[in-house]
Design a protein around this ligand. Structure first.
Ligand SMILES: NC(=O)C1=CN([C@@H]2O[C@H](COP(=O)(O)OP(=O)(O)OC[C@H]3O[C@@H](n4cnc5c(N)ncnc54)[C@H](O)[C@@H]3O)[C@@H](O)[C@H]2O)C=CC1
Ligand SMILES: Nc1nc(O)c(N)c(N[C@@H]2O[C@H](COP(=O)(O)O)[C@@H](O)[C@H]2O)n1
Length: 221
């Protein structure tokens, strides 16, 4: 499995403001690049915090990219994945509509009534972990289902956990021309943070894009 984390952050490293509502950081060129990255992926992953904040759809915008996937014998859109320990995804969330397959990664503590409310033909539950989703086991289960190329779109809590679990191969970050500020605004990697043995990144590429810059790193094994 190959896991790429992609995110857009302000010049001061924020994914959103302290209101935790979606803010537009990328410009048109970066959004088109994100669409191409989605199109190359078998699955696009977000944490439930992002579902609750942004209500993302995570499908492909560009009809040509959808057509190319169909011509290659793939589904029109990559699968969507939500890391959602307690099955908190709202029943009317766009991510559980029938536009694409969706995997809900839950823990043993996800209530069965919530699972029943979210059950639909395009949704499959994958249970891994007790109180919280065990990402290593959950991602291994996705791999058993044929998912090899994975794109993670955030948010900060999930990105930190994936890096901590050693699951991330590549990190691409669009740095936009805004200052957001706020000690409670989400950053690229939240969670508990590292205090030693900081994960080392190797800078692979730097590209001017829109009014910002795209940085691409790989992570050591
Ligand atoms: N600018 C950008 O590129 C993006 C910005 N965002 C922003 O990020 C914010 C949402 O991010 P977060 O609140 O950090 O939520 P998140 O999307 O990272 O989800 C975290 C939640 O996932 C669940 N979870 C289950 N197992 C977990 C595990 N093992 N490790 C970590 N989480 C686990 C927990 O309920 C946890 O609270 C929103 O403000 C959204 O707008 C989100 C995605 C991309
Ligand atoms: N690449 C990027 N740039 C930004 O400026 C953003 N705010 C985001 N947010 C991510 O995109 C998701 C929305 O996806 P849909 O358009 O609904 O398919 C959102 O949930 C974040 O993951 N990304």
């Amino acid at each position: 499995m190959h896991v790429v984390v992609n995110a857009a952050m302000s010049a001061d490293g924020k994914l959103s403001s302290r209101r935790r509502e979606q803010i537009t950081i990328s410009g048109p060129e970066d959004f088109a690049r994100v669409d191409r990255l989605r199109a190359r992926s078998d699955a696009v992953v977000v944490g439930v915090g992002t579902v609750l904040a942004d209500d993302p759809h995570l499908t492909l915008d560009d009809p040509e990219l959808r057509e190319q996937r169909l011509e290659a014998g793939k589904s029109e859109h990559p699968a969507r994945v939500v890391v959602d320990s307690n099955a908190r995804t709202p029943t009317d969330a766009r991510i559980v509509d029938d536009a694409a397959a969706t995997y809900l990664l839950v823990s043993e503590s996800a209530r069965f009534d919530r699972r029943a409310e979210l059950a639909r033909p395009s949704v499959e539950f994958v249970t891994a972990g007790e109180g919280r989703v065990d990402l290593l086991r959950a991602f291994a289960s996705l791999q058993e289902r044929g998912i090899e190329e994975v794109m993670v779109e955030g948010g900060g809590e999930l990105i930190f956990s994936l890096v901590e679990s050693g699951l991330v191969d590549e990190l691409s970050v669009f740095v936009g021309p805004q200052l957001v500020g706020g000690r409670d605004a989400p950053t690229l990697a939240d969670g508990d943070g590292f205090v030693e043995n900081f994960p080392e990144l190797t800078l692979e590429d730097v590209e001017r894009m829109d009014d910002g810059v795209l940085l691409r790193w790989t992570l050591a094994e």
